[in-house]
Design a protein around this ligand. Structure first.
Ligand SMILES: [Zn+2]
Length: 191
């Protein structure tokens, strides 16, 4: 029998999609990589194929995830970056030995080292986060408007006015809540 796990929320930006594997941080938090196997599955979706993951490596991944979340949140608020988060990001980035490979079709793929695939994958994620937080990429770090979420996301919309980390979940919920609030208001006015 296969255990049921929460679905992944897949965004187009590697680092903030990774922080999204823990959602509703300010509500009933949902852990979307509850087991080492689920982390392996998540990495595979992003082209980071690793053979295995130990419980210790899962801890390492979650530590990186929360460091990216902390640093990206500070960057979105234009606060000082937390020192612990900067240290973890740099450690993971340094320890990764992935190579960027250009395919004949002109796409980039990652080739992870033969020995420690998982650390290499975390290195790729850390480097991606560094690029975003350092403001190297075209976009803006922002925090999700949902009060139970507040996830840091990378807004690449032309107007830079995106409000939610994910339109299908946080965005929809917020719209529905507003709709019901308006209905109540008009019920009071007409009632
Ligand atoms: Zn959100």
């Amino acid at each position: 029998m296969r255990a049921e796990f929460p679905d992944f929320r897949l965004g187009s930006v590697l680092a903030t999609s990774f922080t999204g594997t823990l959602s509703e941080r300010h509500g009933d938090a949902v852990e979307r990589i509850p087991t080492p196997r689920r982390l392996v599955d998540w990495l595979a979706v992003y082209g980071l194929d690793v053979d295995s993951c130990t419980p210790d490596q899962l801890d390492l991944a979650r530590e990186l995830r929360e460091s990216i979340h902390a640093a990206a949140t500070a960057a979105a608020l234009q606060d000082t970056l937390p020192a612990f988060a900067v240290r973890i990001l740099n450690d993971r980035s340094r320890q990764g030995r992935a190579a960027a490979i250009l395919t004949p079709e002109g796409e980039r793929r990652w080739r992870l080292g033969p020995a420690s695939g998982l650390e290499d994958a975390l290195g790729v994620i850390a480097a991606d986060a560094i690029g975003i937080i350092a403001g190297e990429r075209d976009g803006r770090l922002a925090l999700c408007a949902s009060p139970t979420c507040r996830a840091a996301f990378f807004d690449t919309s032309r107007s830079r006015t995106r409000r939610w980390c994910d339109m299908n979940t946080c965005g929809n919920r917020q719209k529905k809540a507003r709709f019901h609030a308006n209905q109540r208001k008009s019920a009071i006015l007409t009632g």
